[in-house]
Design a protein around this ligand. Sequence first.
Ligand code: NAD
Length: 355
Amino acid sequence: MAGSMRDWIEKWDGLGVVVHYDAPSEAWFYVALHDDTLGPPTGGCRMKLYAHPDDGLVDALRLARGMTYKWAGIDLPFGGGKSVIALSRPLRGEERVETLLRFGGLLQSLRGAYWTGEDLGTTPEDMATIARATRYVHGVKKPGEPAVDPGPYTARGVLAGIRGAAEHFLGKENLAGVSVLIQGVGHVGEPLARSLAESGARLILSDLDSERARGLAAELGAEVVGAEAIDTPCDVFAPCAVGGVLNAETIPRLQCRIVAGSANNQLREDGDANRLRDRGILYVPDYVVNAGGAIGLALLGRKRSDAEIEERIDGIREAILAILEESAERGEAPVKAADRRAERNLERKAAALAE
Ligand code: NAD
């Protein structure tokens, strides 16, 4: 990646970054604090091998900014933050545990300036390890226990988002008979499939692990298609596997009316939002529709009841309806309206704080 660490930080519009070199593991720890207008910077910890440690910093800066928009988009009292443990070699066993404990020690020294949780490359067990060294971890109910799986919360939010989109775009008050293609039936896709089946939707499942897709399909009475079969006709395409699935090559092939799923960064580039709009396909912004897991873990950390958590996650439907109505009025891609809504929430709170 071109540019030095200093260049990237200079260009960034966040609050600041904590940088630590962990000599025993030769890993770099980055804690990026993007914005605290709505509350303490909060976002997951990514642990990954990087060709150069600066690439981990760039990821942390970009992802922390994304978290600011995610929280503001659903108007919850958390700020944008993200951490990255940039590895130069894989860490296993005791060495991994010791590294995570030192990372937890760093978070503890920040005294709540940043709250973490699971992300790509970290597991519920890793979160339990970090929680041995700091209280600033979401999703761990009791020290020593693995963290709660955010997948079912995320799936609940995606379901709420699909409901809102189907109501707005297809005029459907419920999902009976609506066909949904789920790409990836993992921690999010599987519970999503189960709740869609309960809602009477017609399911089409796909997964790189075809056994997994077939097993679930047999249980739910769903159809199975190959992992790359995004050109299968359906009402809703729900990408719940990898990012970048919506791009100049795939968008012309889509045969759906709506795209709404959990995968992060579904658009390969910003212009893909307009490509979808030009094809008459409604793209529901990923960072709004996949916020359920973040909401669930953050509110669990604040000891909120299950009923309150579910209500906040179900609120994703109203958030999406408001975004879709605004974007339809202005004739623009919904992602623009989503960004503006998040910025409005931030400005409103900043103005209230300044009074
Ligand atoms: P997961 O690893 O549990 O499941 C992903 C599934 O997708 C696996 O079954 C895998 O075999 C399959 N898969 C991978 N590549 C595929 C491809 N090209 N085509 C079809 N299937 C493929 O992951 P998850 O936790 O369910 O997350 C799914 C997506 O949602 C990821 O992009 C993740 O970043 C995003 N997300 C997850 C959460 C959460 O709470 N887990 C929250 C927000 C966003």
